[in-house]
Design a protein around this ligand. Structure first.
Ligand code: NAD
Length: 326
């Protein structure tokens, strides 16, 4: 396949580009480098551009295409920031994606894999969240992604755009060869913050938000999905769209929940050092447990996550953090 990867300089997009390359697919990355890294684009042609520039996007699709598939990772994705400043979330995530879809319609492209999120569901009504779970997001970030899921259904009906929305739970881990990995500023994700705290010179330490939740050890339980397992799901979803017509959605998690303290304990074992942390007040809107039911993706796409134990996920992230290059 020839794939256009929007947001391919970011954490998840760059890992997908490597996976595409290893499976002999060709990719072109478009990224404005707002949160991504030029050094992470190593297996693709790179074009610096913003999806908010709709006419330039059309030109790229015309000049560099045709593409068999478009993968769209561009987004602002900090929940707290989205509450403080929803305007940039609706503009970047909603208006930006409308530009992508309109450019696709204008240039005759009709297959899209879209990065959605568990945040479209809001507060969980079941132990494991499947695709039938109500979508009631509790912050503008989740709302912006839900809006696009709804737009995708309408664009399929009206313009024939075929799409797969992949709702990731907590993406984590790094390329097992440690060539690329997670590097966000600010970093709000648990695992990279644990690893940063593990470095002796990290004075700020690690913050655990809430230790009084109704879980076995009182801390929140989440579903950690390795970035390479996300990569394999994207390629399968892209292949699925070559022969299936619709606006589809799949939940992606490894199906095993780990508490914050379990992740810290596992990291201590992998790294072989103590990891200091302080317990802070719980954050508003953090549900006690968020775990995916990914049976639909497994049955329909033939997807199987390979990293199901937390220690092997942490080991890949730790290798990257030790010689982080960007
Ligand atoms: N990381 C997670 O745990 C997680 C979980 C669920 C969903 N997601 C979604 O997955 C996607 C990728 O997440 P990530 O963690 O790799 O984030 P990231 O910030 O590392 O990557 C996003 C990339 O998109 C680029 N970008 C953003 N706005 C752009 C614009 N207007 N024009 C061009 N490029 C733009 C950024 O520069 C960056 O390279 C996002 O859509 C995010 O909402 C991530």
């Amino acid at each position: 396949m020839k794939v256009l990867v929007l947001g391919g300089a970011g954490y998840i997009g760059s890992h997908i580009c490597k996976a595409l390359f290893l499976q002999s697919h060709q990719s072109v990355v478009v990224d404005n480098l707002s949160t991504g890294h030029r050094q992470a684009v190593r297996w693709s042609q790179f074009i610096e551009a913003d999806i908010l520039a709709g006419e330039q996007l059309k030109q790229i699709l015309r000049e560099e295409g045709p593409f068999d598939l478009i993968m769209h990772f561009c987004a602002k994705s900090l929940v707290g920031e989205s509450v403080e400043n929803p305007a940039i979330y609706y503009r970047n995530n909603v208006v930006g994606t409308l530009n992508v879809l309109d450019a696709m319609v204008a240039t005759g492209h009709d297959k899209l894999v879209f990065s959605s999120t568990a945040a479209v569901f809001g507060l969980p009504e079941a132990d494991k969240i499947n695709e039938q779970h109500s979508r009631l997001p509790i912050n503008p970030y989740g709302q912006s992604k839900k809006m696009i899921e709804d737009v995708l259904a309408d664009y399929h009906h009206a313009y024939g755009i075929k799409s797969v929305a992949l709702r990731y739970f907590n993406a984590c881990g790094a390329d097992p060869d440690a060539e690329i990995g997670e590097s966000h500023e600010p970093e709000t994700h648990l695992l990279p913050n644990i690893l940063k705290a593990a470095f002796a010179d990290n004075a700020s330490g690690l913050k655990v938000f809430g230790a009084d939740y109704p879980t076995a050890d009182g801390t929140c339980i989440r579903d950690y999905i390795h970035v390479n397992d996300l990569a394999s799901a994207h390629i399968l979803a892209g292949e699925y769209l070559q022969t299936n017509d619709g606006a589809f959605a799949f939940n992606l998690g490894n199906g095993n929940g780990f508490s914050v303290l379990q992740v810290i304990e596992a990291a201590k074992k992998v790294i072989g050092r103590d990891i200091p942390f302080t317990v802070e007040a719980p954050r508003a809107g953090d549900p006690p447990v968020l775990v995916a039911d990914a049976a639909h993706a497994k049955a329909t796409l033939g997807w199987q996550p390979l990293y199901t134990d937390i220690e092997s996920i942490i080991a890949t992230a730790w290798r990257w953090h030790q010689n982080e290059m960007f």
